[in-house]
Design a protein around this ligand. Structure first.
Ligand SMILES: [Zn+2]
Length: 210
């Protein structure tokens, strides 16, 4: 498979609703920190925009479609994967959070703000009647903007868990690339761009409240 000249930062494009959900989740955090739990719960329910939930589950996670729309076929990748590969285990939680802090809670691919994955879990614990349940948080629209980590050189291609191979990603960017190398997807190396620091805290302020 030949390398594609880099021409984009990410395979996906967030709809405007992603930023709307981020605003509502931020409002939820503010209300929750202020002890206005009923209003926080209402904002959390409002943030669960069906359109974004659908976009994430039907479109953003459809990796075959994401690759196809950029002219990349999955079978070509699988033929080239090193046969004797030993895939290392995943990075530690400590490493992942160091990456999130370093990247100021922005996706290093598409640049969108992301939310600390502990935040919705913490909110769910506070709301006994949380409509999505503790084990069903992935049904909330905020999953489309939750922070995860991504190996720039995929583990299957020998990529390590060293911090210089890890970047913060939103789930759609993480899903869309699967185990393709950036050169297979025509994506610019995100490490060549500095992290975006807008002062966004990933809504970590929620975790500071006892
Ligand atoms: Zn992204």
């Amino acid at each position: 498979m030949t390398a594609i000249a880099p021409c984009r930062n990410s395979l996906i494009e967030h709809p405007p609703e992603s930023n709307f959900v981020l605003s509502l989740m931020s409002a939820t955090a503010d209300l929750w920190v202020a002890g206005r739990f009923d209003a926080a719960r209402e904002a959390l329910v409002e943030a669960d925009i069906p359109m974004l939930r659908e976009w994430f589950h039907c479109y953003a996670q459809d990796t075959t479609f994401q690759l196809w729309r950029h002219g990349i076929t999955r079978s070509a990748l699988n033929k080239e994967l090193p046969k004797d590969r030993k895939t290392p285990g995943d990075a530690s939680a400590k490493t992942k959070y160091a990456i999130f802090e370093r990247d100021a809670w922005h996706c290093r691919f598409c640049g969108i703000r992301t939310i600390d994955p502990r935040v919705p879990k913490r909110l769910a614990k506070s709301f006994e009647e949380f409509p999505w349940g503790r084990r069903n948080l992935d049904k909330h629209a905020c999953l489309a903007v939750l922070a995860t980590h991504d190996h720039v050189v995929p583990r299957q291609w020998g990529g390590s868990n060293e911090v210089d191979n890890l970047v913060t990603a939103c789930w759609p960017c993480q899903f869309s690339r699967v185990n393709y190398r950036i050169e297979d997807c025509g994506i610019f190396d995100p490490r060549d761009r500095p992290p975006i620091d807008s002062g966004w805290d990933g809504l970590c302020r929620v975790l500071d409240v006892a």
